[in-house]
Design a protein around this ligand. Sequence first.
Ligand code: SF4
Length: 315
Amino acid sequence: MDSLYLQAWKEGLLTARIEESRALLADCTLCPRRCGVDRLAGELGVCQTGTLAEIASYGPHFGEESVLVGEHGSGTIFFCGCSLTCLFCQNYDISHPVAGSCEAVDAARLGNIMVELQHQGCHNINLVTPSHVIPQILASLPCAIDSGLTVPLVYNCSGYEEIESLKLLEGIVDIYMPDFKFWKGESAKKYAHAADYPEKARAACIEMQRQVGDLKINEEGLAERGLMVRHLLMPHGQEQSREILRFLAESISRNCFVNIMDQYRPCGKIRDFPELQETIAPEDYQAALDMAAEFGLNRLDVKDFGMLMRNLFRT
Ligand code: SF4
């Protein structure tokens, strides 16, 4: 299956989207924060990112979902800054970077990084926290395509998305991977200053499913196209997990590919929130798996520990 962006480039769709998305930077409404700043003139909004995308690191990653990792890894590119800014962020130093800790990349450099990851054998390009740099990602693709990029593009996001921005990616992104974190607006407000997160995440999942459908996995066990949803279990979050899993089953698809993640650990700026200073108990993880089964969600990411160990000790 050819990656979608290749066809979009041939048909001229990608060129149109590059121009359309860049114009948004002048009065930025790319994400639900709708800051209205002129990023082309150097003004910064909540994401603290200007005209150029900034990256913290890139490389083959073996800790992602098994359908992305395969034998040679998922080609992750970690963008600095974030529009959601959860105070418990597990990558707090990347989402809230200090000045000078990130590399600003122009379109050619970002495209070359994608091709370098493909040359390293990565099975896909995994764009981590991409929502605030959609125009910059789109602008990098012609250079990457000219240099031979063919692997699927993965949009690995927080779920806090603006539908108009997702529409710019239609026919270009192959795999969407939002993390649905909060069902209650009061939790999203308290922990991420984003009371509208639940409604935005629900709408985003529906739009992503409309664009790419259920996840398709090839004969080698690798994801090629579709929606896969992450759900990070939160301490004391069982009730919200239940509603999120119910929503995925009833409003997205019972074939929705879901990764229920139990790796929450106390991180970031949670000193004033004792309820977040816990980890997820094995029985809470099992309860979430049981809920998924109850709602008929049976395409769950299963960690291949044999492969993980082989990858850990590879030379
Ligand atoms: S992408 Fe950044 S500047 Fe634009 S609306 Fe979102 S947070 Fe604000």
